[in-house]
Ligand binder design. Structure first.
Ligand code: FE2
Ligand code: FE2
Length: 218
């Protein structure tokens, strides 16, 4: 193995996280459509799911803005224009994200057919716009990051995301991410959790996630 290959870091965890967004936004029409007018209870369930996923997207992009782009631009100047262009896609996504969040809040409080259709459309628009960004980030940026960041630097991303997560169901996020992982990756993730987080997850969080997600997908 060459020195370069030997020093490449594994960035595939970001592809797994991106799948959480792709899956959630791809399911918007059937999930929002599964809520009948005035069914506040189910709107709360579906609404809470999207509220938390959209907050996760904010946190994910903030982490990249803070921890990834500046390092890559500095360390790989030849790619700076490309990195800035892909980084700049966050701004366009943010506009769609805010629109979706505003519609979500209105629909969650008062679920009606019209507001549900508007919400589903906003989530689909966000999903389409985000997919362009995620595709390019995976294809173009991750190979640059794998060469120019260290494993500990890359490992700052999940902790940063947790600290800046503005949602109210961290167990939902942990469960959604674990759904994308192999059994070995899940065991590794749990072995690296701080003890209070691991105790919470194994003692209560995992069961809360399973109950929530079964109800959501029923
Ligand atoms: Fe990303
Ligand atoms: Fe991104």
């Amino acid at each position: 193995m060459s020195d370069v290959a030997a020093s490449l870091i594994d960035t595939s965890d970001m592809i797994q996280l991106h799948r959480v967004f792709r899956d959630a936004l791809g399911a918007a029409a059937p999930l929002v459509g599964s809520v009948l007018a005035d069914d506040v209870e189910r709107a709360e369930l579906v609404g809470s799911y999207y509220f938390n996923v959209l907050e996760l997207l904010h946190a994910h992009h903030d982490g990249e803005d803070e921890l990834v782009w500046p390092r890559l631009i500095e360390r790989s100047p030849a790619d700076a224009d490309t990195i800035r262009r892909v980084a700049g896609q966050h701004e366009g996504v943010l506009t769609s994200l805010r629109t979706a969040q505003a519609r979500l809040a209105g629909w969650r409080a008062d679920p009606q057919v019209d507001s549900g259709a508007h919400l589903a459309a906003a989530l689909a628009t966000l999903g389409a716009e985000l997919a362009v960004h995620l595709d390019e980030e995976e294809r173009v940026i991750l190979p640059i990051a794998s060469q120019h960041m260290t494993a500990p630097e890359w490992g700052e991303l999940p902790a940063h995301g947790m600290q800046h997560f503005g949602g109210d169901k961290i167990w939902l996020i942990l469960g959604l991410i674990q759904e994308q992982m192999s059994v070995e990756q899940i065991a590794n993730m749990e072995s690296h959790m701080p003890p209070p987080v691991r105790d919470f997850w194994t003692g209560a969080g995992r069961a809360q996630f399973r109950a929530f997600i079964a109800e959501l997908r029923s």
